[in-house]
Design a protein around this ligand. Structure first.
Ligand code: SAH
Length: 342
């Protein structure tokens, strides 16, 4: 049987079959069509929007790929006040956002107490909204405290499921076991959980990607964040190439077929790699977009990679632009919480 049809039917393939599917462009059209079919069956033409608030670019970690790594002395650091974060939510709520994603570097200033205070304030003002945190690795007790304060979702990409590859992307102090521990803890606590990885990160092999898919099968996350690796000059990977567009799209389609229910963003990194990257992502099976709600003056500073799009626009402009792009791609922005449909 053709690989795409088999993947659609069984929601799985052998390692060898996955490698064949990922390594050739031969199946691209059938993959895309099958993924779009499965996505429409489950979610129709709905595209969920998440308001992304990048509230700090201070980070204690030194991930070799990331522009806001601690070792980048050239990065201009900022953190938003609780009041500024709430202002972002207010502006976002008026624009129809019902999910707020608080993302940042691992910033020790934001203690459990400070995070809980911010989450509680958002929860009180917007009982009808989902609150997503994306602030890295913490203890189980911290995750429990955030959950009690009102957070519902947590995004923590596993980055790579292969320990040897993990060690090539991160300094010795960082542990793949702890990152995975975090994900399983978050799930047990009751969060809707998002994992994920970069496509074309330095030294990544097709076998590594298969390991990522196997890890995701074990975790069964609600969301999967996958975008191309993009270079940043002030990192040890300054001479590495950007991740490939076609492979990123292929992986989105494979994910849709393996996890029909999953929330799958067409990422800003994909839109940065190609002018129509996010539209292509939607057509390949993605069903979420995450426009920026951060104040315009800090957007350029949250520079994980170079040439990030949408750093000049106000939130309202972003929202309008995205609405048009989604429509042009053949889908429709919806403004509810956009919970997973298992
Ligand atoms: N500190 C938080 C949030 C990290 S930023 C955490 O640890 O989860 C969100 C994601 O951006 C990362 O998980 C990583 O996969 C991605 N990212 C970082 N640098 C990148 C780069 N150079 N190109 C593409 N994606 C990158």
């Amino acid at each position: 049987m053709e690989l795409t049809a088999k993947l659609k039917k069984n929601r799985d393939l052998s390692d060898e079959e996955l490698i064949a599917l990922l390594n050739t462009s031969e199946f691209d059209a059938s993959l895309r069509e099958a993924a779009d079919g499965v996505r429409r069956e489950r979610y129709g033409d709905a595209v969920f929007v998440r308001g992304l608030i990048e509230f700090t670019n201070y980070c204690k970690n030194d991930c070799y790929y990331c522009g806001i790594r601690a070792g980048n002395r050239a990065a201009e650091r900022y953190r938003l006040t609780a009041e500024q974060i709430l202002d972002c939510c207010a502006a976002g709520y008026d624009l129809g956002f019902r999910t707020f994603v608080l993302q940042g570097g691992e910033d020790p200033y934001f203690t459990d107490e400070r995070i809980c205070a911010i989450v509680s304030a958002i929860r009180e003002t917007y009982p009808d909204c989902a609150i997503t945190l994306s602030i890295g690795e913490r203890s189980r007790a911290s995750y429990e405290a955030f959950f009690r304060a009102g957070a519902n979702r947590y995004l923590l990409r596993h980055e790579t499921a292969d320990d040897a590859h993990y060690a090539l992307l991160h300094p010795p102090g960082m542990s793949p076991e702890n990152r995975k521990r975090c994900l399983f803890d978050l799930k047990e606590i009751g969060y809707q959980v998002g994992a994920g990885f970069m496509v074309g990160s330095p030294y990544q092999t097709t076998e590594n990607i298969v390991a990522d898919l196997r890890f995701l099968q074990r975790l069964q996350p609600d969301m999967i964040g996958v975008g191309p690796y993009l270079v940043h000059k002030q990192t040890p990977f300054c001479d590495m190439a950007n991740g490939p567009l076609d492979l990123t799209l292929r992986i989105l389609s494979v994910l849709r077929l393996m996890f029909p229910y999953v929330l799958l963003p067409a990422t800003t990194a994909l839109g940065t790699l190609h002018p129509l990257g996010r539209e292509l992502g939607l057509k390949a099976g993605a069903n979420v977009v995450m426009p920026n709600l951060s104040p315009a003056d800090v957007r350029k500073k949250y520079e994980l990679y170079e040439n990030k799009i949408c750093t000049g626009d106000e939130a309202a402009e972003c929202r309008r632009c995205l609405e048009q792009r989604v429509k042009a791609a053949g889908y429709r922005v919806v403004t509810d919480r956009g919970d997973v449909k298992r």
